[in-house]
Design a protein around this ligand. Structure first.
Ligand code: THU
Length: 164
């Protein structure tokens, strides 16, 4: 008989941003502020993100699209790669992500795409520091997730490349 493994994780669901700590509220505000800087003429789906670094610095990003669609990049990776380039030795502790669109309603807090989860996971592994994930859509409701590894189970991690 086959065995099965159940993988569980929990999301903290908040009614509104006022239930976040002052620091997290500030970070989400920064993510919201940069929604206007998204370059999204093709999807009309603006995503804004703000990273809190362990030294207190904040790095923001928004999605940057391209007429050759795959050449564009999601907001999360714009911010994470900028953080890696500009603050190479500083862990990321929190990421706030939100989205806004003039063509669709974003009913649920934005769920980051798989590729961005993989890059967030790399950042966690690189520094050995869990990253708290704060997600928001159009509504007031907010999801808070303890660690990126919660939303990317069975992930491809550096140990898989360890030489025999
Ligand atoms: N997008 C992000 O920036 N982050 C995500 O997690 C999901 C999708 C962007 C990519 C593209 O510019 C637009 O949203 C529509 O997919």
């Amino acid at each position: 008989m086959a065995n099965s493994v159940e993988i569980k994780f929990s999301i903290e669901v908040l009614e509104s941003a006022s239930d976040l700590s002052t620091e997290d509220q500030g970070l989400l505000k920064k993510a919201t502020k940069v929604l206007k800087d998204a370059y999204a003429p093709y999807s009309h789906f603006n995503v804004g993100t703000a990273l809190l670094l362990k030294n207190g610095d904040i790095v923001v990003g928004s999605n940057q699209e391209n007429v050759a669609y795959p050449s564009g990049l999601c907001a999360e990776r714009v911010a994470l790669f900028a953080a890696g380039a500009q603050h190479p030795d500083v862990p990321v502790t929190t990421i706030a992500i939100t989205a806004q669109s003039d063509t669709v309603t974003i009913d649920e807090p934005l769920a980051p795409c798989g590729a961005c989860r993989q890059v967030m996971c790399e950042t966690e592994n690189r520094y050995g520091q869990k990253i708290k994930v704060i997600l928001k859509g159009d509504a007031d409701k907010i999801y808070v997730i303890n660690s990126v590894s919660d939303i990317l189970p069975l992930s491809f991690t550096p140990d898989k490349l360890a030489v025999k």
